[in-house]
Design a protein around this ligand. Structure first.
Ligand SMILES: [Zn+2]
Length: 145
């Protein structure tokens, strides 16, 4: 199964465009289904800016129901295989923040790959897929638009 086929990529690109200038987030399931998540980073920032210093323009946090869906998927026969989010105007790289979010005690929390979408002035400009390789995340695939 090609989780990141043209149709899925285009759907994710559209999500990234719509969310601009904020980050979008979501996931792709083993059967190829795409779930567009809700980025609640602005609500967290408004509630407690000392703890949640980033807004939705520079960070993402899945809603509670998204997180439940994600966690439940790993106990089902259709697990999430890719978690995606977008980077408005800064390029598709795996940031320190992204790494912190993906790891717990230095090990990946979820058995997934991470897709980062490069979106500039609301236009998607490709994406990069990152996966865990022993002691860090490496870019394993690049996609154009
Ligand atoms: Zn990021």
């Amino acid at each position: 199964m090609d989780f990141l086929n043209k149709e899925n990529l285009e759907r994710i690109y559209r999500h990234a465009s719509r969310a601009y200038p904020e980050e979008c987030c979501g996931f792709v399931f083993a059967n190829g289904g795409v779930h567009e998540g809700m980025n609640i980073q602005n609500e967290l920032n408004a509630r407690d800016p000392d703890i949640y210093q980033r807004t939705a323009s520079t960070g993402y946090t899945f809603s509670v129901s998204d997180t439940l869906m994600l966690n439940k998927s790993f106990r089902s026969d259709n697990p999430v295989t890719v978690i995606y989010h977008s980077h408005p105007d800064v390029g598709a790289y795996f940031s320190k923040e992204d790494e912190d979010k993906a790891l717990f005690l230095g090990q990946p929390i979820y058995p997934v790959k991470y897709l980062v979408v490069d979106v500039r002035e609301a236009r998607p400009c490709g994406a990069k897929l990152f996966e865990w390789a022993n002691d860090g995340f490496v870019c394993s695939q690049e996609f154009s638009c």
